[in-house]
Ligand binder design. Sequence first.
Ligand SMILES: [Zn+2]
Length: 100
Amino acid sequence: MYLYCKNCGWEQDDFWDKNYNPLKSLIDWQETLLDFDKLDRKKRYEVDRDSVIYRTPREMVTLYCEEAIRKIKNQVFLTFDDVKNEEYKCPNCFNHLDID
Ligand SMILES: [Zn+2]
């Protein structure tokens, strides 16, 4: 579920649980971080369907850690019940939130 505000651009990608949270996604990078011979060799990463970047595995792990920190700091609604309790109002501009 994706929450967003058409008025100010505020967004939140999903709610957290034991199987889905910012820390869970970092576990996938554990093997990469421990592959010391390749840690500083640039390689190609497809970040989405239309974008490719060239970074070292160390840089990629760092980017994903920073992204997890940003998500943890900014998460407003932890569950869907939290959204219902706030009556779908944007925490930034109090506009109605849309949900996909
Ligand atoms: Zn807003």
